[in-house]
Design a protein around this ligand. Structure first.
Ligand SMILES: [Zn+2]
Length: 172
């Protein structure tokens, strides 16, 4: 978009969210565009870009609000959520990989491993693979063949097949 929008509804074309900031008390929050348009209407304002802010309340309801609005284009939200996904997957894999490294000599059914398996669930979309890791992590007594290496490889492989951004050190 070139220049500021003329109307809140112009932002629909770029699927934006809007950051509402009160420069008086520094409170800030992000609104979905449609919800903000409804809010402005409910507060008796109109959605003209330059006047809409007068019909938006301070996120902290402070006594002397000065509201400014900033569009957040879809592209930026998307980049942020991609980076978040990347971190969730690779931090979880790192926990599982390190646990697998210890697993030939000790049980590794720790709370961290449980958490990592839960985090990966929506990305792996195969509960069986995660259950296999947990079983290998907790079985007693330990033997060299009870390690988590194979379950780990299956999980990492599955993520890569599904197009997840698996960092090189976490690849099987
Ligand atoms: Zn305020």
């Amino acid at each position: 978009m070139v220049g500021p929008p003329k109307n809140l509804s112009d932002l629909r074309r770029i699927e934006a969210q809007v950051r509402v900031t009160c420069t008086s008390c520094k409170a800030t929050e992000v609104w979905e565009l449609d919800a903000l348009i409804t809010e402005v209407g409910n507060n008796g304002g109109n959605t003209d870009w330059h006047t809409a802010r007068y019909a938006v309340k301070c996120p902290r309801r402070c006594a002397s609000p000065i509201i400014s609005l900033l569009p957040i284009p879809f592209g930026k939200q998307h980049a942020r959520s991609q980076a978040h996904r990347h971190a969730l997957i690779n931090l979880s894999l790192q926990i599982l990989r390190e646990a697998a490294g210890r697993s030939p000599v000790q049980a590794v059914g720790t709370i961290e491993v449980r958490l990592a398996l839960h985090v990966l669930r929506p990305f792996v979309k195969d509960p069986q693979l995660l259950a296999e890791f947990w079983k290998a992590a907790t079985v007693e007594p330990r033997h060299p063949w009870t390690s988590c290496h194979l379950p780990y490889r299956r999980i990492a492989q599955r993520l890569m097949e599904r197009g997840a951004p698996v960092e090189q050190q976490n690849q099987p």
